[in-house]
Design a binder for this molecule. Structure first.
Ligand code: SF4
Length: 455
């Protein structure tokens, strides 16, 4: 049996093919390939950087689908279906809106694939494939499965290995697709397996792609103690409450932790309340003064993530967020427009209030452009929100801001290694800001316009 595993691209600028600057290995497909070992010959296609070989004699195409890649995933599915290949889909978007995804494929896997893949393969072989497979949540995640990293070779990924220690998050921010997907639960992997996986690959720079690395602090401590002897450097994603636990923070630093993507989300307390971000106010709220001091104390380079467009935001308050992020010399920052992901509490609220744009399906709309508002904000127009979002990204990544932010001696200039990270990744993200802005979803129109064969 031959199976194609596909990671779809997001889209295109229409006049030029968008090529992702920060190309990371698609860990979920590596894990899926590991899971299929012994069942099938597997080929991995990363649509962001290579042509999909539709005409090879595949039995099944398995496509991972996120809301941002849904339109492209459906185009790819169409190509496979023309060739009578069975199409299966799984991933975040399939869980959020299965009825839509099912219109474009033969079968979907909801949740984790680990528990049900043998059943899926058996059903396919006996011509009895079901429309929906409910994988539920595998505990511990990735149980006994190691990603097929050999499939990444030669594709030009950034030299950083993606590894998962845990899945999910215990918090319940109302705009968050992760909290809906995992029902506000957090699951950690078997620590011995994670350590073994790290030892099996040869890189010393790791990205733990967890939704919230230390949501279970005691488990995280246990893992970090086991990680110390491996002498790696790593980054991950976490919530601000981890800063209140000194033992945890010390272990993070000792085990090679360099930095975190952290959801500050807003410097406006009313906006934090609006989004249900209680985790950012556990210690009261003083515009993160204490938290930023702790981040500096521990020397962690921070990617501060903000969401903009809440009902309590104004153009001025968003610009104040930009000033805050430059003044505090964050290593990186993201100013993400609040996106109504299907069937999240935020989506349902905006729908009830009749404030969704693009017929409520921005991810499929031909005129929707990346980084534009997909709903009507309260205190500004959708265009104003889109513009101020770009303004923040542009200003934060300007050379003058880069130079100013560089002079943070506990983080960006704490060592040559950190200084290099600062100067490698900031220009890369700056480039990405311009390349992605205004991109259209899907590739079909680009390919037709340029008379290219489907790639
Ligand atoms: S802390 Fe982060 S991952 Fe957890 S629910 Fe909130 S936004 Fe989602």
């Amino acid at each position: 049996m031959k199976i194609a595993l596909i990671k779809p691209a997001i889209g295109t600028k229409l006049h030029s093919l968008y090529v992702d600057e920060g190309r990371m290995e698609p860990l979920q497909l590596g894990v899926l390939a590991g899971l299929l070992t012994g069942y099938a010959e597997v080929l991995l296609y990363d649509d962001r950087m290579e042509k999909i070989q539709y005409d090879k004699p595949f039995d099944i195409a398995m496509i991972t689908i996120e809301t941002y890649t849904a339109k492209r995933a459906y185009e790819i599915a169409e190509e496979f279906k023309k060739r009578n290949v069975t199409v299966m889909m799984g991933g975040m978007h399939a869980r959020l809106i299965p009825e839509e995804v099912l219109e474009h494929c033969d079968s979907i896997i909801l949740g984790d694939a680990e528990n049900i893949m043998d059943k899926v393969i058996e059903d396919f072989k006996t011509n009895n494939l079901k429309r929906v497979y409910e994988g539920g949540v595998v505990i511990p995640p990735q149980k006994g499965v190691f990603p097929r990293r050999d499939l990444y070779k030669g594709k030009g990924y950034l030299p950083i290995s993606l590894i998962q220690f845990s899945r999910g998050c215990v918090h319940n921010c109302n705009y968050c697709a992760v909290s809906r997907y995992f029902n506000s639960r957090h699951y950690t992997r078997n620590i011995d397996e994670v350590i073994k996986e790290i030892e099996f690959q040869n890189r010393k720079f790791l990205f733990f792609v967890d939704d919230n690395f230390a949501a279970n602090k005691e488990k995280a401590k246990e893992f970090l103690k086991a990680l110390i002897p491996l002498k790696v450097h790593w980054v991950s994603q976490g919530s601000i409450d981890m800063l209140y636990d000194d033992e945890l923070m010390e272990l993070i630093v000792k085990s090679g932790g360099l930095g975190f993507v952290m959801g500050f989300e807003s410097i406006n307390e009313a906006s934090l309340d609006f989004m249900g971000k209680r985790v950012n106010k556990l210690n009261g709220f003083n515009k993160f003064k204490w938290e930023i001091e702790r981040l500096r104390y521990w020397g962690l380079q921070t990617w501060a993530a903000f969401t903009i467009g809440h009902d309590t935001d104004t153009v001025e308050s968003i610009k104040a967020t930009l000033d805050f992020s430059i003044q505090n010399k964050f290593t990186f920052a993201a100013f993400n427009i609040l996106m109504p992901y299907p069937n999240t509490p935020l989506y349902n609220k905006l729908k009830e209030e009749n404030r969704l744009l693009y017929g409520g399906k921005w991810w499929l709309d031909d005129s929707y452009r990346f980084n534009n508002a997909a709903f009507i904000p309260k205190n500004m127009t959708p265009d104003e929100l889109s513009e101020v979002g770009f303004y923040c990204r542009n200003e934060f990544n300007k050379p003058s801001s880069l130079l100013y932010r560089m002079f943070e001696f506990n983080t960006n200039m704490a060592s040559l290694h950190r200084f290099i990270i600062y100067w490698i990744y900031n220009p890369l993200f700056r480039k990405e800001v311009y390349k992605k802005q205004g991109m259209l979803f899907g590739l079909k129109r680009y390919l037709e316009r340029n008379n290219s064969a489907e790639r």
